[in-house]
Write a protein that binds this ligand. Structure first.
Ligand SMILES: [Zn+2]
Ligand SMILES: [Zn+2]
Length: 458
């Protein structure tokens, strides 16, 4: 087996891997770096030119796993494209909306990078998606395959439609197995149950390591964090403030709405407090609801759209009216990136001590979300579009990751029993902690931290 990382290997940006397995070429994920524009955000697909690419598998619809798919399929138009059914429904919506956003940034002058694909291409692409159910093997053999090669999706528990991929087949006459966890949650979230993985052993495991350098994540439980979130929301609303919860459109936003719904039913939050949402998370919620009978759920009766919500107002006048009374704003982006509703609202709230800005997911280093949390902790200021502002609002971080914490990742190693682990999807410190911990607990496992563009023989 040969492995090549096309994506970034020292941070969490674009996910993309190439694997040659018994003569078949596979590309696993085709992500885009959410921090960058144009081709700088796209993995170096030119590295694929001398390599076979028979199949592309997209594990879930987050931008850092799916965003470059239209560029990749232009490079390898003959390759089959596989994903779960919910991921296909989400991609049909999210890729055209990404094309519209790329165009708009040029028009508004916030980017000078030409769009890397257009709306028509992104829409047309949805006709080539081959979708597969969980736990059901599908054909992945390429033109020059040595023998049969099968892929199987496992529920990853991360966001709707997210899967891990098992690949099984023959190489040099020997039966071999590879498992790619992609992003995975070993614990149940609010809507989705925990991940499922194949029983070991496998030859190679591509293991995510997002929370490898986060000791705090394994010390907190979702239950205690949910309780604390309810309590802090109650306090802010009680003093007449509003709460901003910055979220990712896919996953965290539906999870947060489900929690607020619970707070209302338990009387922690008044039933008539308005909840505002905006943008693609509303479309994503529809896909969650449409697939609630056909995909793994903790409670198939729960509907995200069953939670009363209003559209985040566009005009400043209506915004001011909404901000004048207690309310909860669940807005993208989760890391408070510039030119997004959460950034826009944070700027309006930050200098007023009545309000609360509550982070519920990961903010990468250097992102506005991380800078705001830093400024709040040190009593500093935060520079927004309109200049520096004192941080007086209550800024809190809650841990509701859709990723397994590092001790849970080790339990996956225990179950899947890999001979070799390739650590992916993490900052360098996270991967190093994972490597040291695995080497200590499982000295027989070979652990590799790959470099982008470096080919490994496994
Ligand atoms: Zn993800
Ligand atoms: Zn990811």
């Amino acid at each position: 087996m040969r492995y090549l990382s096309l994506g970034d290997t020292d941070e969490i940006a674009a996910s993309c891997h190439h694997v040659t397995f018994g003569g078949t070429g596979l590309v696993l994920d085709a992500g885009m770096d959410p921090d960058l524009d144009g081709y700088a955000a796209v993995p170096p697909f030119e590295l694929l030119r001398d390599r076979p690419v028979d199949h592309v598998v997209v594990t879930h619809a987050h931008h850092d796993h799916l965003g470059s798919l239209p560029v990749l399929t232009r490079e390898v138009p003959h390759a089959h494209v596989h994903m779960s059914r919910p991921t296909a429904l989400l991609a049909e919506m999210l890729l055209p909306s990404s094309a519209r956003l790329q165009k708009r940034r040029i028009r508004e002058g916030s980017s000078d990078a030409a769009p890397v694909f257009d709306v028509e291409t992104a829409e047309a692409l949805s006709y080539v998606y081959e979708t597969h159910s969980l736990d059901t093997p599908f054909d992945l053999a390429g033109l020059k395959a040595e023998g049969p090669l099968a892929g199987t999706f496992y529920h990853a528990g991360h966001v709707l439609g997210a899967v891990g991929l098992l690949v099984e087949g023959y190489e040099n006459g020997e039966r071999r197995r590879l498992y790619y966890t992609s992003d995975t949650s070993v614990q149940p979230q609010t809507i989705l149950p925990e991940s499922d993985v194949p029983d070991g052993p496998v030859d190679v495991m591509l293991l995510e390591s997002t929370l490898g350098a986060d000791p705090e994540a394994e010390r907190t439980t979702r239950k205690s964090e949910e309780k604390r979130l309810g309590r802090e929301i109650q306090k802010v609303l009680g003093r007449g403030g509003v709460v901003l919860i910055p979220v990712f459109a896919l996953g965290r936003s539906q999870d947060v709405l489900a929690m607020i719904d619970r707070f209302k039913r338990r009387g922690i939050v008044d039933a008539d407090v308005p909840i505002y949402t905006a943008g693609s998370m509303r479309g994503v919620a529809e896909v969650y609801d449409k697939t609630r009978e056909s995909t793994p759920r903790l409670d198939p009766d729960f509907e995200v759209y069953g939670v009363d919500q209003e559209r985040y107002p566009r005009s400043q006048k209506k915004k001011n009216a909404a901000l004048a009374k207690p309310g909860i704003f669940v807005l993208t982006s989760g890391m408070l990136f510039e030119r997004t509703p959460s950034y826009d609202l944070a700027q309006q709230l930050v200098a007023d001590e009545r309000h609360g800005i509550f982070f519920v997911g990961y903010s990468k280093e250097g992102s506005p979300g991380e800078r705001l949390q830093e400024a709040a902790a040190t009593g500093g200021t935060m520079t927004f579009d309109d200049g520096p502002l004192p941080v007086r609002a209550q800024v809190e971080r809650f841990r509701f990751s859709g990723h397994a914490h590092r001790r849970d990742l080790l339990t996956l190693v225990d179950r899947v029993q890999p001979r070799t682990i390739v650590l992916v999807h993490g900052e360098t410190a996270a991967k190093e902690w994972m490597r040291d911990a695995i080497e200590e607990e499982y000295p027989d496992i070979e652990v590799i931290i790959p470099e982008q563009g470096q080919e490994l023989e496994l």
